[in-house]
Write a protein that binds this ligand. Structure first.
Ligand code: HEM
Length: 142
């Protein structure tokens, strides 16, 4: 039988078998542990940001938790956010907050730094970050 070929693009090694066993982006970035690290980094940056920290008034641990549950399903994992909070309706949930284009850019810069801090290959970081800009600009409501 042919040996399983592995490809390394600078981070974790991949093979056809790897993609069969880890079909979702959620699994490929490292599942729950990776999202905990991502949301920790992200909200530390957001809550200290000179422009967008003004928007975040609830408990930091609670928003981290909500975002982790949401991103789990957003990246193809189990529907954890919906199980607890119902349909995401993310644009509607953001309507009470005044979100400008500059806020979306700042949000994305925080997310880019948080993604960069993960121990993933450049290709996987790019694939992960690319999931956010469309959704972030969709939240602009002012
Ligand atoms: C465009 C820039 C964005 C801004 C300025 C922003 C701002 C906010 C604010 C102010 C809240 C409420 C925080 C609180 O309760 O104190 C919130 C909640 C949330 N945001 Fe965003 N957001 C943005 C984009 C996004 C994106 C792109 C996503 C998903 C990929 C997202 C996911 C969430 C989630 C899951 C919650 C929790 C909703 C809930 O209450 O259940 N946000 N956001």
């Amino acid at each position: 039988m042919e040996a399983c070929r592995e490809f390394n693009f600078g981070g974790q090694p991949f093979s056809a078998r790897y993609f069969m066993e880890h079909p979702t982006l959620y699994e490929r970035i490292g599942g729950d542990a990776a999202l905990r690290q991502l949301t920790d980094q992200f909200y530390d940056l957001v809550f200290n940001h000179e422009l967008i920290s003004r928007l975040f008034k609830t408990d930091k641990d609670l928003i981290k938790e909500k975002q982790r549950l949401f991103l789990t399903q957003f990246l193809g994992g189990p529907q954890l956010y919906s199980e607890v909070y119902g349909h995401p309706m993310m644009r509607a949930r953001h309507m009470p907050h005044t979100i400008t284009e500059d806020d979306a850019v700042a949000w994305l810069q925080c997310m880019a730094s948080a993604v960069e801090s993960l121990p993933l290959s450049k290709e996987l970081k790019d694939e992960l970050f690319d999931r956010f800009p469309r959704t972030a600009f969709f939240m602009v409501n002012t």
